[in-house]
Design a protein around this ligand. Structure first.
Ligand code: FES
Length: 210
């Protein structure tokens, strides 16, 4: 793979042509908040937290769906970027229980990591949603909808990695939710030795049975 060079936050970086801007930054120790990215899955561009500024580009492109290019000049921080990310994060947190200290994913949650990096989120939080959607228990895992950020990693992993397509997203806008398309018996047969969805979930939405 031919090499190109680009500048991220003032650092000259060499990268493989065609590589993702997000993965290139992360490989070089430059953290860009991200929730729906997974190196084993196709780029999705859903959470919009990995937005960056690219000189000459309109708006803020998502780093996970942008390929590096020779001579590219990228900025990953700044007041405007921070505010856009904060706005996106506040939407994701609107219906979140905000119970990190008692959550099974505490300290291992990508949402928590992103919120800590972006900062000032709780102060601006507008709780207009309706938390309390509860949890759905299956024979193999628990789906806690209050923690779901609709990154669709579970849906994509079930399709792209496990090749089972047992999960999907139904509904529109604020009514969107992950749905399971399988009977209990089918879940036992297909999921018992898989649980790729649980492994990929960045929050406590999908978790093993207690
Ligand atoms: Fe890029 Fe979610 S990680 S949009």
């Amino acid at each position: 793979m031919p090499k190109i060079s680009l500048c991220i936050d003032g650092r000259e970086i060499e990268a493989a042509a065609g590589a993702s801007l997000l993965e290139t930054a992360l490989e070089h120790g430059i953290y860009i908040p991200h929730l729906c990215h997974d190196p084993d899955l196709k780029p999705h561009g859903g959470c919009r937290l990995c937005l960056v500024a690219v000189r000459g580009a309109r708006g803020f492109p998502a780093a996970c769906t942008t390929q590096v290019a020779d001579g590219m000049v990228v900025t990953t921080t700044g007041a405007e970027l921070d505010q856009v990310r904060r706005d996106m994060l506040e939407i994701l947190l609107t219906e979140h229980p905000l119970d990190c200290l008692s959550c099974a994913k505490n300290q291992h949650c990508a949402l928590q990591t992103a919120a800590a990096y972006i900062g000032d989120v709780r102060r601006n939080l507008r709780r207009t949603g309706t938390p309390g959607q509860g949890a759905e228990f299956t024979p193999c895992f628990v789906l806690g909808r209050d923690y779901c950020i609709l990154c669709q990693k579970c849906v994509r992993a079930c399709d792209e990695i496990a090749h089972k397509k047992l999960l999907t997203v139904v509904g529109r806008g604020g009514l969107s939710r992950v749905a399971i398309f399988a009977s209990q018996a089918e879940l036992v047969a297909a999921c018992s030795d898989c649980l790729e969805c649980v492994k990929r979930c960045p929050t406590a939405a999908l978790r093993p049975l207690p």
